[in-house]
Design a protein around this ligand. Structure first.
Ligand SMILES: [Zn+2]
Length: 122
């Protein structure tokens, strides 16, 4: 499964309605292709947290042109399963990131000349 349009056709087969009922939601999942043009783009939204994030963008339910109301998460789960065969967590993606030196802690700032202030309090 590659294009949001094809995901939308699959959604119509599953829950009815029209391709246009689903296209914005499936396109949102794949918008990360603007950042990374290969399958690694999926690390941004193709996981359990991404499916819940879709609810914050599209609402809890989707009202189809047929009048049927379905959970947005159903459509998100369908999209991720069709692309990956399962729903990973973000932690699954993070484990696949090869650590680089620049991702680690930065050197401490030289603050010896500065007295602590109230702004430094937690
Ligand atoms: Zn996708």
């Amino acid at each position: 499964m590659a294009h949001p349009y094809h995901h939308a056709i699959s959604s119509v087969r599953e829950w009815g309605g029209n391709v246009s009922d689903y296209l914005a939601l499936h396109s949102w999942f794949d918008q990360s292709k603007m950042i990374v043009a290969d399958f690694r783009h999926r690390a941004l939204r193709h996981h359990a947290e991404g499916i819940f994030m879709a609810e914050t963008v599209f609402g809890t339910t989707l009202t189809l042109s047929s009048g049927r109301v379905i959970p947005v998460r159903w459509v998100g789960e369908q999209h991720v399963r069709e692309d990956l065969g399962r729903i990973p967590s973000f932690a699954d993606w993070a484990r696949a990131i090869r650590p680089e030196r620049w991702m680690g802690p930065v050197s401490r700032l030289d603050v010896e000349d500065q007295a602590p202030s109230a702004a430094d309090a937690p």
